[in-house]
Design a binder for this molecule. Sequence first.
Ligand SMILES: Cc1ncc(COP(=O)(O)O)c(C=O)c1O
Length: 402
Amino acid sequence: MRPSDRGSPYNDYFRTLNTELKAHGPMRPVMLIDLDRLDHNIDVVMQSVKRGGKHLRLVEKSLPSPGLLAYIAKRAGTQRLMSFHQPFLNHDAQVFSEADILLGKPLPVRSAELFYQAHKGAFDPSRQLQWLLDTPERLQQYLRLAQGLSVRLRVNIELDVGLHRGGISDNAVLGQMLTLISAHPQHLEFAGFMGYDPFVGMGVPGILGSPQALFEQVMQRYTGYVDFTRQYFAGLWRDGLTLNTAGSPSYRIHEQEKLSTEVSVGTALLKPTHYDLPSLSEHVPAAFIATPVLKSTGLVNIPALDGRSRVFSWWDPNQRGTYFIYGGNWMAEFESPQGLKSNELYGRSSNQEMVNGSPAVELRVEDQVFLRPTQSEFVLLQFGDLLGVRGGKIVEAWPVYS
Ligand SMILES: Cc1ncc(COP(=O)(O)O)c(C=O)c1O
């Protein structure tokens, strides 16, 4: 990005944000969510989901703020959530009492027990919650929990569709689980399958298969498990089962198939740098870290080297400006002004990180440095409230999960 006028380190977009944050921001590191850009990403996802005739399930861990989730859910018109963490699950069940929640990983049975102990409110787990289970052994544990609590648990079975992160990888084991479910209708209900396939869109080296070829293998596996179930456990099969698939990297390609009923998407709505993928080319980055410059100290000066440090500045014009920012060392890449870098020799810091750039960027104390997170989930939890901006103005402050 080129500065659009002389004397400004920013393009128009970041200059507007810099002015807004200096006037109305907290002047500490913040996570900005650009709502105009988020709207665009939600609409891109929904158009695809509609073309595919599916539903959208929002990945809660990738959008870890109830206010952010509620905003997206409203615009997308979905109440489906995928949860990964028992404390967040209890929170979701209370805040989103109408939600339909599918676990995204199998939790230890004790976590499930803690969920039931802590649960209160109108959310009815026997109708609205699906536990994701991966082995006959864990299913036995959940059966004992259901018997002990006198409840009926809805069971979604994790399929290995090629990710090899556990889950069902042969019909015999699937058959054991479905037999157990069939034998205990009072306590267990078959609710569907989950098959997650991010590798399809993650850009694996071409020699390992094109996205299309990988997708076809995924669907072959998924279809095999569905056909097996329909043939040998017809009594469990019904309309309305949750046949979940995809994630951000692969959701688009599922427009091509009619087997799954829903796709899960989270991170693509914010598009951190690791999601700069061909499959997400229509998405735009919508989350930025902004943090003020605390100090501008000129040429690079490394402890112990002192005056000899000047060789770095002499050698590299991008080490002639030294700035110390508020915080640092995040899972993020510098975005604006252009050309900034952290200094590995000086050392990374979470408190006041040294950042180097060319003095031509004309960055001043209290200007903001903008970074793009590399992922969403954990990074989004590190800044307190997410600040929603629209048209360059701060319009929302959403607490994150604690
Ligand atoms: C089971 C499952 N589904 C879907 C996703 C996709 O999440 P995202 O869209 O944030 O990449 C994940 C991410 O870890 C997952 O584990």
